[in-house]
Design a protein around this ligand. Structure first.
Ligand code: ZN
Length: 294
């Protein structure tokens, strides 16, 4: 395939994938395997390997990264994403990754969050072939292709790269993991509409213990997320919902009555797996803040 035609096809694939993924932010292996665009099937993932090199394309189409896998892909080298050379591939895989660099073709990064479930990050770029360390450096957005030397980022470039990593990788991953654990429902009111749900932090991002892990997350609808952040809604360490007393005493329309006051005393909906349940210690810290604000 010609370079420009391939660039256009890739963009069409990415746009269609973004629609398919919608607001849950995750995609399954089956969806990636049987991906249909304009009546044609494209395989966006390899059957067995972590890299997809379609025969009729000049360069690699997708790379898979498993934070728990044998390659240390998740390690960030100077804030760019490091993708280790594929073992045993002298020419094939690594050659096609090099082709992505030469032809400046965007790839799809697939972050594995569970068996057969991925958070897709389209439009990433190979920006350097770091031969001494046997890895490729991947920029997670377009602007990062312009850095002077990908192997040695300047302080401002590094700051920018870190912010991009957070926005393009860590935040979507957190959202995907949390929404999946909560079956795309609000933990308080059970609203089941991904577009109206947020992955809320129990302990804020940037504070000690404010990790982007499911046990520090809650799937909350927009209104309950805002109420939780404002300490108008509290959650006890044993998963009971409380509403601020002044708000309970207020008289207003159905949103206040059904949407907020009736949540008082309700059991929180939590994931079935213990390791995905909200951490009691973290809930306790936030519940103390809720009580202090009442
Ligand atoms: Zn809700």
């Amino acid at each position: 395939m010609e370079r420009d035609a391939e660039a256009i096809l890739r963009e069409e694939i990415f746009q269609h994938l973004e629609e398919l993924v919608g607001d849950t932010g995750v995609v399954t292996r089956e969806q990636l395997w049987d991906f249909t665009l304009n009546g044609q099937t494209h395989r966006l993932i390899d059957r067995n390997r972590g890299i997809r090199n379609p025969k009729d394309m000049l360069a690699t189409l997708s790379i898979l990264s498993d934070p728990k896998g044998k390659y240390a892909d998740e390690e960030l080298h100077d804030s760019l994403f490091a993708y280790a050379y594929r073992e045993g591939s002298v020419e094939g895989d690594n050659k096609k990754l090099r082709a992505a660099l030469t032809h400046k073709l965007p790839l799809l990064l697939l972050r594995k969050i569970a068996d057969g479930v991925f958070v897709p990050v389209p439009r990433v770029y190979v920006v350097a072939d770091d031969q001494p360390n046997r890895q490729f450096l991947i920029a997670l957005d377009d602007d990062l292709r312009m850095v002077s030397d990908p192997l040695k980022l300047q302080p401002l470039e590094r700051q920018y790269a870190e912010r991009v990593t957070k926005q393009r990788l860590h935040q979507p991953e957190f959202r995907g993991r949390v929404l999946r654990a909560y079956e795309c429902r609000c933990a308080v009111c059970h609203l089941k509409h991904a577009k109206l749900l947020d992955a809320a932090h129990i302990i804020a991002d940037g504070e000690p213990n404010g990790t982007p892990t499911v046990d520090n997350g809650l799937s909350l609808c927009k209104i309950h997320h805002a109420a939780y952040d404002e300490n108008l809604l509290g959650i006890t360490p044993d998963f009971e919902v409380r509403i601020n007393q002044a708000l309970l005493d207020e008289i207003d329309g159905p949103m206040l009555r059904h949407g907020i006051q009736e949540m008082h005393g309700r059991r929180l909906f939590v994931p079935a797996k213990d390791r995905e349940k909200p951490g009691a210690d973290r809930l306790a810290v936030r519940f103390a803040e809720f009580q202090a604000a009442s």
